[in-house]
Design a protein around this ligand. Structure first.
Ligand code: SAM
Length: 254
C-alpha cells in the first residue's frame, strides 16, 4: 500500500514511521509513505499557507491554493490522472468526520493507495472539503491541534491489517473489534507473580479447552465493558448459552 500524507509538519511523522511494525512494513515493501509539506506548494516569497477567516473570529484557516496544488501535483504523476474512478481516496482528518473504527480500517486496507490530509489551526478552507476531498475521518469526539496524530492512527491501524505485516504470531484476526467482540485477557511468564496465578487451563496444553476459555473470556469482557457489541457480533449457539448463564449469574448477584 502507498500512503501520501499532506501536512504542514512532516517532521512529526518520522519517529513513529521509523520504528517497530511500521518500519518493518516499509522494509517488507508492504507500505510506502510519502510526506508532502504543504508549504512547498504555497506561492509568493513568504509561502503563506494560512490566513484569518473571512467574517472575523479567532484563529487561522488553511488556504485552499497550496492544498489543491499539492494534491493535484501528486495526482498528475499517477497513471490515468483525471479519471475520477481511478483516483485514490483523499481523506481529510477532521473532528467532524465519520468516527474511525476497525471496520473502516479494514475498508481502507483494501485500497492500494490512500491520500491523507492533515488540517491545522481552525481547519481547512471549506472549498477543500467540498471540491477536493472524498472522505472525512475523525479519530474521536475531542479536538486535537492538528491532523498529524489522526493520520498516524490511520496509518498504524491500516498497516497492521496488510498481509504478512504482523506475521502469524500477531495475527490481527482475534483482536478486539475484528471478531465483533473485545479480546479476552492475556498472560505471560511467570506463571505465579506475587501469588497471582495464571489460569490453569492456559497451561494445560489442551488446545480446544484453551480456545473455549478464550472465547468465553472475550464474551465476558464484552458483556462487562461493551454490551452494545453483542447486538451485532456473530455468536454461536454455545456463545448464546454462555451469555444466558452470565446474565443469570449477574441477576443472582444483584
Ligand atoms: N475548528 C475545528 C472544529 O471545531 O471542527 C477544529 C480544528 S482542529 C484545532 C485542527 C485540525 O486538527 C483539524 O483541521 C483536523 O485536521 C485535526 N483534528 C482535530 N481533532 C481531530 C479529530 N478528533 N480527528 C481527526 N482530526 C482532528
Amino acid at each position: 500500500m502507498r500512503i501520501d500524507i499532506f501536512t504542514l509538519f512532516p517532521g512529526m511523522f518520522t519517529a513513529y514511521l521509523d520504528e517497530s511494525i511500521l518500519k518493518r512494513a516499509q522494509a517488507m515493501g508492504q507500505l510506502t509513505v510519502h510526506l508532502h509539506h504543504i508549504r512547498d506548494y504555497a506561492s509568493g516569497k513568504h509561502r503563506i499557507t494560512d490566513e484569518p477567516p473571512f467574517g472575523g473570529g479567532g484563529g487561522m484557516v488553511l488556504k485552499p491554493e497550496p492544498i489543491f496544488t499539492a494534491v493535484e501535483s501528486l495526482l498528475a504523476t499517477l497513471p490515468h490522472e483525471g479519471a475520477e474512478r481511478e483516483r485514490p481516496p483523499l481523506i481529510l482528518m477532521t473532528p467532524q468526520g465519520r468516527p474511525f473504527t476497525q471496520t473502516i480500517a479494514q475498508e481502507l486496507a483494501q485500497h492500494a493507495h490512500l491520500l491523507l490530509l492533515c488540517g491545522r489551526y481552525e481547519g481547512v478552507d471549506e472549498r477543500v472539503r467540498t471540491h477536493l476531498v472524498s472522505d472525512e475521518i475523525s479519530i474521536g469526539d475531542y479536538v486535537l491541534t492538528g491532523g498529524e496524530l489522526a493520520a498516524l492512527v490511520i496509518v498504524d491501524a491500516v498497516t497492521r491489517l496488510l498481509p504478512g505485516v504482523l506475521g502469524a504470531e500477531g495475527a490481527a484476526a482475534s483482536d478486539s473489534y475484528a471478531t465483533g467482540l473485545l479480546e479476552g485477557p492475556h498472560y505471560t511468564k511467570p506463571a505465579d507473580f506475587r501469588g497471582w496465578q495464571v489460569p490453569d487451563v492456559l497451561r494445560s496444553g489442551h488446545a480446544a479447552h484453551i480456545a473455549r476459555w478464550r472465547r468465553e473470556a472475550a464474551l465476558r469482557r464484552t458483556w462487562q465493558r461493551r454490551p452494545d457489541l453483542l447486538l451485532t457480533a456473530p455468536l454461536t449457539e454455545a456463545d448464546k448459552w454462555f451469555l444466558r448463564q452470565l446474565a443469570q449469574e449477574t441477576a443472582l448477584s444483584e
